[in-house]
Design a protein around this ligand. Structure first.
Ligand code: DGL
Length: 288
């Protein structure tokens, strides 16, 4: 194992990653459940968006990032990105010996619990919707699914344009034709940052599902207590793109403040498969 790149030692941290700032919505939910836990967040903002890239490429990114996080000493990794969960979760879970959690199954479970009419909508990136990961799971539960890819919304969030007229225009366009659904899954971790705007467009009769809460419950259940209970947990953010823009968005989201460490994306690329020998394989707990 190479030397950890943490700026200071953390106690049994949990790793969490996304293509950008979207995963911070998941981190916020995790912090509320596990306030004494340390976290290592990786925002791959140099390579955002993942949603338009081929699944095999996203799976490679996810592999390199998970390996990087593992080397910082994390006890488990949360894939706080639907696109990467759809593209890579089974493979990562089969390869790494630490628990790996994804965001898709918790969102499906929550939607199945909440719907009264059995008609559920899901919005996500092109990659997530094209993978059929949500549609398959929802239909297996006997639900009728309306699904729509909304590729521009990630840019709206990353550019800090939530709540802008452009954002409302795009939402009206993307959500057109959703008639009959009573539940809408926000199948991209960037979308909770547009929650109010989405609710305005779909109306109060539609329940929005953000899988962060359900996921945090699952992680909490399997990670157990932190020996440092009493001290607030610390967060280290590694960011491959602009650290200032990232710090600004994390301040807007709130409750996810931490040290922001710039990380050259080449550090991740050299950990991808094909860039060197693979670490020993072993499989353990997983969730999708
Ligand atoms: N936030 C991510 C997701 O949940 C990725 C968005 C993107 O990079 O396209 O899918």
């Amino acid at each position: 194992m190479r030397e950890t790149q943490l700026p200071y030692p953390l106690d049994r941290p949990i790793g969490i990653f996304d293509s950008g700032v979207g995963g911070l919505t998941v981190l916020k939910a995790l912090r509320r459940k596990l306030p004494h836990r340390d976290f290592v967040y990786l925002g791959d903002t140099a390579r955002v968006p993942y949603g338009r890239k081929p699944a095999a490429m996203v799976a490679e990114f996810a592999y390199g990032i998970t390996e990087f996080l593992r080397e910082t000493g994390v006890e488990g990794v949360v894939i706080a990105c639907n696109t990467a969960s759809a593209a890579a979760l089974p493979e990562l879970a089969g390869h790494f010996s630490i628990p790996i959690w994804g965001v898709i199954e918790p969102g499906v479970e929550a939607a199945a619990r909440l719907t009264r009419t059995g008609r559920v909508g899901v919005i996500g990136t092109k990659g997530t919707i094209a993978s059929g990961a949500y549609q398959r799971r929802l239909e297996q539960r006997g639900l009728t699914v309306w699904a729509r890819a909304c590729p521009m919304l990630v840019h709206i969030v990353e550019e800090g344009l939530a709540g802008s007229p452009e954002c409302d225009l795009l939402l009206r366009h993307y959500l057109d034709g959703r008639d009959g659904i009573d539940t809408l899954i926000l199948g991209c971790t960037h979308y909770p940052l547009l929650h109010d705007a989405i609710q305005r467009v779909v109306g109060d009769a539609v329940t929005l599902v953000d899988s962060a809460e359900a996921l945090a419950q699952a992680v909490n259940g399997s990670m157990g207590a932190n020996p440092l209970a009493g001290d607030p947990g610390r967060i280290v953010h590694f960011v491959t793109g602009d650290p200032l823009a990232f710090a600004h968005t994390s301040a807007v989201i709130g409750e996810v403040a931490g040290e922001v460490v710039p990380l050259p994306v080449t550090e991740l690329i050299r950990l991808q498969r094909g860039a060197g020998p693979r670490p020993a394989a072993a499989s353990q707990a997983t969730r999708s």
